[in-house]
Design a binder for this molecule. Structure first.
Ligand code: SF4
Length: 419
């Protein structure tokens, strides 16, 4: 049996340097595809879509809300070709009913230990319309290494530099932030993977540079200390979402190869200033993630925030506009207040205003978004600052002998994989 797995195109932030990281959801999912299925993978963000009439089944892996319009186009085309379509991924779980209108089956939740039964049903002609495991996550010990061999790896290169490989050491998040849908996705409980499994997976990745895509590395101090201690001998260099604000943890993270973190900067307080300073004191770079348009901001507050970011000397900043994604606390609030202005998912790219801001007009928020990007990068472009960050990692790699020059190869054509 042949199955094509597609990761649909999605529009990047209009102010961001365009580069592509290898997608994580599809390779984690692909590990659940059994050996009796030949698998072909297309990441439409780096390769052209090929509608393959020889496949028995098309599977769409959809992470982002703004990927959905394209996912639906692909699904509709395959169904016109009489090839059945299944869909899964975070965005499908968030938009299950809508996705079901374009698919023969939707798979909701995490796939480990569950997906093969869908394929058995398909093989036996009894595919169900919905496989719903959203609030019943599998045993975390079932999460094995991702199937990265399906990636067309030479596509994930920016200006001659190989991009990071994505890996996760835990799932879930015990926090409940207002713009976030992790709670709805069944993830309110922190679920760490066994450390030996994570380390074995990291060690098996040929790339020395990793992105730990865990929701938050600020959830369990003891587990973090154990994880980072086990990572030290690997000598990998890595990027992550926020890490626990604790000197011993950060010191160990730096020794374990932490290169920079994405850190939310939501105000101009001393708490934030000290947090950034502490990271930098440990030799860890910081890319601030800055949400614009929250109810406590007006135009002046955004001017002050941008001044503050320059003052605390962030390595990089990524500005996004608050976006009320389905099943988030902020969407529930805006719906109640009648403030949602658009449900056109292609506009949910975090660089458009799709709700009525509280303390400014839509036009002012749009203008302030561009002001923030323009001002932060006035003296050094985004590409230049990104180059600086990569210089940092190259220096670290040279110091411990892990630096390897990227030897580019011609991109491969899509092909079928059998386990
Ligand atoms: S935004 Fe991050 S820290 Fe907050 S609930 Fe979501 S995953 Fe957790």
């Amino acid at each position: 049996m042949k199955m094509q797995l597609v990761y649909p195109y999605w529009p990047k932030l209009n102010r961001q340097t365009e580069f592509h990281l290898p997608p994580h959801g599809p390779v984690v999912f692909a590990a659940q595809v059994p050996g009796w299925v030949a698998l072909e993978f297309v990441d439409e963000n780096v390769d052209p879509m090929i509608f393959d009439e020889t496949v028995d089944l098309a599977a769409l892996s959809v992470m982002l809300t703004c990927q959905l319009p394209r996912a639906f186009e692909i699904a509709d085309q395959y169904r016109r070709m009489d090839i059945p379509v299944i869909m899964g991924g975070i965005a499908v779980s968030l938009h299950a009913d809508e996705a079901a209108g374009h698919a023969d089956a939707v798979f909701l939740g995490e796939a480990e230990g569950r997906f093969e039964s869908l394929l058995e049903d398909f093989r036996n002609g009894r595919l169900k319309r919905r496989y719903d495991y959203l609030h019943d996550p599998p045993d975390i010990r079932l999460v094995g290494p991702a199937r990265r061999e399906i990636l067309n790896r030479d596509r994930y290169v920016y200006r001659g530099v190989r991009m990071l490989d994505l890996v996760h050491a835990s799932r879930g998040c015990r926090f409940h932030c207002f713009p976030c849908c992790v709670g709805f996705l069944g993830g309110r409980k922190f679920r760490p993977r066994p450390i030996e499994t994570v380390i074995a997976e990291m060690a098996s990745i040929p790339n020395n540079r990793l992105f730990l895509v865990d929701n938050s590395l600020a959830q369990d101090r003891e587990w973090l200390m154990e994880l980072f201690s086990a990572m030290v001998p690997l000598k990998k260099k890595w990027v992550s979402h926020p890490i626990l604000n604790d000197d011993s943890v950060l010191e160990l993270a730096a020794r374990a190869g932490c290169w920079y973190v994405y850190q939310a900067v939501f105000d101009t307080s001393e708490v934030i200033r000290n947090r950034i300073k502490r990271l930098k004191d440990h030799g860890i770079g910081v890319e601030g993630t800055i949400l614009l348009g929250t109810d406590d901001q007006n135009e002046d507050a955004i001017y002050r925030l941008v001044d503050f970011l320059l003052e605390i000397d962030l390595d990089m900043a990524e500005f996004t506009i608050l976006t009320p994604f389905p099943h988030t606390p902020i969407r529930a609030k805006f719906q109640k207040q009648g403030r949602i202005l658009s449900d056109n998912w292609i506009e949910y790219t975090c660089d458009r205003v799709v709700f009525q801001p509280k303390n400014m007009s839509v036009e002012t928020l749009e203008r302030m978004y561009h002001y923030a990007w323009d001002t932060f990068y006035e003296n050094a472009s985004c590409q230049w600052k990104m180059g600086e960050l990569f210089q940092k990692v190259i220096r670290k790699e040279m110091a411990d002998g892990t630096y390897r020059r990227f030897e580019g190869k011609a991109p491969r054509k899509p092909r079928f994989f059998k386990k």
